[in-house]
Write a protein that binds this ligand. Sequence first.
Ligand code: JF5
Length: 254
Amino acid sequence: MRIDVVTIFPGYTEPLGLSLVGKAVRDGRLDLRVHDLRDWTEDRHRTVDDTPVGGGAGMVMRPDVWGAALDDLVTADSHVLLPSPAGRVLDQSLVEALAAEPHLVIACGRYEGIDARVAEHYAQAARLTEVSLGDYVVNGGEVAALAIVEAVARLLPGVVGNPQSLVEESHADGLLEYPVYTRPPVWRGREVPAVLLSGHHGQIARWRRDQALRRTAARRPDLLARLDPATLDEADRAALADLDGADGLVDPSG
Ligand code: JF5
């Protein structure tokens, strides 16, 4: 898969050279190209922004500079991603869809954002999705680009060494992960749950599933509400019914 990132801060993407994503690039599984938006400016000062029409605070990124950059990078295969607090909130189902694309172009805005005509134009001339990392504001799209590239790259074949890790992880089945433990069996007086030391693989699997259900109900009831009922078996339904009044159910909103 190919991913182009366009930013005025190419150095922001340096962590992508580390760890599993860096290895995916070196192994040729991910063709990652980072571009400096200023390479598409024409003036001596390499200007990418201008004052907002109609007035107001801050600066807006110029459509002509973004248009020149995206015209050079976007092809018939491309899916343009525009990080924005007004976008679709990134979740694992969107990440999975993006990992199936041959080419992503991530356009990192700064200042008060990119002139709105750029998103309009590429939504029409190509495929474009505005993507949010969540309901908070950062100073530019680069943090979102890092999150998107890492979340997508780890789904590419061969990037995560043990494919079972992808199956068992948080959100893979719409539930939060069960708690995990390693040695020692007692740490500061806290014991590893006895069932995990029992050697009964069936009981361990059931306990983990119950923990995942409990944790999701306690911490992310919104996820539980969106669960496909077909993914729940009889034992799951019994576990959930048992949760009414169970301890550990804390409303995260206080
Ligand atoms: C951004 C112009 C993008 O702040 C964000 C963001 C929040 N959730 N997801 C993304 O994007 C940064 C700032 C200014 C475009």
